[in-house]
Design a protein around this ligand. Structure first.
Ligand code: GEK
Length: 241
């Protein structure tokens, strides 16, 4: 039974959001109730792994949290000689991730590394997942990270990039925020929880627009780029080298 997320249910001092032990404990419940489309994205990471992962290559899960995307890739991979590398800079998340990986049956080896994704050397990759991680990287470093992903990827490799987005049109932006908050309320979060979490994420999670993502992916060199899923202000893109 998943531990329910009640981290923002009581009034508290505003503190920037941090991926600490308390967040790690409730993370599966938190992400499902907060991120529209999350479960569909995880299901399709499995399907994309089945299609794109090639023999004797590496798969990277950058900002792996508790390993949901790594486990999805491992379920989908049909090829031999493949290794999955999960990277996260939160020790608390990775400790719990290791417990998840040990608890779930998986045929493909998954190695976990505690590091900043900006420091990771990527090579021989046929699939890379950035599932709601780029939004936490300083904006001026995002093109650098995508460039190192592109350079370390084999031709024909796939990147799945999922993000919270903002909209240039103010009315649409407001509407999407409202629809997202309604989604959270329907999932049992109170107005207090929604507003305290929103304050904690201010200046920590910095969204780009969909157009900025597409432009950045194209300018680092990806040949085929498209959004394949969007619900309100949450989206997932696919980029093929
Ligand atoms: C999933 N992908 O379940 N280096 C390494 N890790 C980082 C960095 C960084 N610079 N910045 C943030 N993180 C997962 C969900 S959660 C998304 C990803 C969310 C890590 C951070 O510690 C956290 O575990 C993860 O990125 C973001 O498919 O909570 O909205």
């Amino acid at each position: 039974m998943e531990k329910p997320d009640t981290l923002f249910s009581q009034p508290k001092e505003p503190d920037p959001f941090n991926f600490d032990k308390k967040v790690a404990e409730v993370f599966p419940d938190m992400i499902k109730r907060s991120v529209p489309g999350y479960s569909i994205i995880i299901q399709h990471i499995e399907k994309l792994a089945a299609k794109y992962v090639t023999p004797n290559s590496l798969c990277f899960d950058l900002g792996c949290s508790l390993g949901a995307s790594s486990l999805a890739m491992s379920k989908g991979i049909k090829q031999s000689g493949v290794q999955i590398i999960g990277i996260d800079n939160s020790e608390d998340m990775l400790k719990r991730c290791q417990q998840h990986i040990n608890a779930f049956k998986h045929n493909i080896p998954i190695k976990l590394v505690c590091n900043d994704v900006m420091q990771v050397k990527i090579s021989n990759a046929s699939m890379i997942v950035l599932n709601f991680t780029l939004q936490f990287i300083p904006k001026e470093q995002r093109a650098l990270l995508l460039n190192s992903i592109y350079q370390g990827m084999n031709p024909g490799g796939v990147l799945v990039l999922s993000e919270k987005i903002e909209f240039e049109d103010n009315d649409i932006n407001q509407l999407m925020i409202e629809l997202h908050h309604q989604f959270k309320k329907e999932n049992g979060y109170s107005d207090l929880e929604i507003s305290q979490k929103r304050n904690a994420l201010e200046n920590v999670l910095l969204p780009d627009t969909l157009e900025q993502h597409i432009q950045r992916l194209s300018s680092v060199g990806f040949s085929h780029v498209s959004c394949w899923l969007q619900q309100f202000n949450f989206t997932s893109l696919i980029a093929i080298k």
